[in-house]
Design a binder for this molecule. Structure first.
Ligand SMILES: [Zn+2]
Length: 98
């Protein structure tokens, strides 16, 4: 028996849902923003979304449910790690020696 898949969740090779990271976990890890990308055809608009102000137990992928593309109005929004922050963190970790 297979459960219906949630498009906002990741699944491992066995089809088990991988628990999504929550807003609180992301903040605890030092992230301040996430990227929201519009999936509408011919749009692809991307925006940084501050994590602050969202419920701590909200899964980051579910932030998309409350967002709408500011460019085309589409609700087909996908949440991604803010790569700029990720690189900045990796750089800090490398230079501080901690
Ligand atoms: Zn859009």
């Amino acid at each position: 028996m297979r459960l219906p898949r949630n498009p906002r969740r990741a699944y491992d090779a066995d089809g088990n849902e991988i628990p999504p990271v929550t807003v609180g976990q992301s903040l605890a890890e030092g992230y301040r923003t996430v990227m929201a990308y519009c999936e509408a055809h011919n749009c692809g608009h991307g925006a940084e979304v501050p994590l602050k102000g969202w419920p701590a137990d909200l899964p980051v992928p579910d932030m998309a449910l409350s967002l709408r593309c500011s460019q085309c109005g589409s609700r087909r929004v996908k949440m991604m790690v803010n790569v700029k922050e990720l690189y900045a963190r990796a750089h800090d970790a490398g230079s501080s020696g901690r």
